[in-house]
Design a protein. Structure first.
Length: 220
């Protein structure tokens, strides 16, 4: 068992809409997620934000819902290739991903879907399973861990796992229409920003202030 002194602060990252852009079909206007390394397009501010966090001592893990195989949209191998490609792309910029946690499940599946993954599960966000696995595998300190994503389910998963939540929230992104009025209720994060670099600066400042407050309380 890892000693508490060896645990480090961590940021668990959603994939689509947080690190990489979604795919847009120019003819139909439909949106889908990347399912091949050639689809990978890092969003603006991602490398800068992760570099800021890494320099501040945070480790990184990936936690992503990928129900495509259960829905018959693409294969498990496609998910693996895409995730491997993303990890390699980030590594080329000096960013190390310590753990990759993927939920392939979907409660109802779809035509031609892989029946092995059609089920209710405890890992699919907003359940906390992916986050708890990432924390354990990456040796993160839960008290100093954040979940950063772009959807209400990411924030809800953070709450369920008892970690802080940061939301990438750009009001002009049509795929985030449920959040156009701003996050609220169970989807209200601790911090929100339109880009990862901006969120990273706020996250670091938040934790520095929290640490200073705890130190003052302990000394008093």
């Amino acid at each position: 068992m890892t000693a508490a002194s060896n645990l480090r602060p961590g940021v668990i990252l959603d994939r689509d809409g947080t690190l990489i852009d979604v795919l847009r079909d120019e003819e139909t206007g439909t949106l889908s997620v990347a399912f091949h390394p050639s689809h990978l397009r890092l969003l603006p501010g991602v490398v800068e934000g992760l570099t800021l966090l890494a320099d501040a001592g945070y480790g990184f893990a990936l936690a992503t819902n990928q129900p495509g195989p259960a829905k018959g949209q693409y294969s498990v191998a496609a998910v693996q290739r895409t995730n491997d490609g993303l990890v390699a792309t980030l590594a080329a910029s000096g960013i190390t991903i310590a753990a990759v946690e993927v939920c392939l499940h979907h409660p109802s599946g779809g035509p031609g879907g892989d029946s092995r993954y059609v089920m209710a599960c405890e890992c699919r966000k907003p359940k906390p399973g992916l986050l708890l696995s990432a924390i354990a595998r990456a040796s993160f300190d839960p008290a100093r861990t954040w979940m950063v994503g772009d959807s209400p389910s990411d924030v809800q998963a953070a709450r369920a796992a008892n970690v802080r939540a940061g939301l990438i929230f750009a009001p002009n992104r049509c795929e985030l229409c449920p959040l156009r009025g701003g996050p609220d209720g169970a989807a209200r994060p601790d911090l929100a920003a339109p880009r990862l670099d901006e969120l990273a600066r706020a996250l670091i400042a938040f934790d520095v202030a929290a640490h200073s407050s705890r130190s003052s309380s302990n000394s008093g």
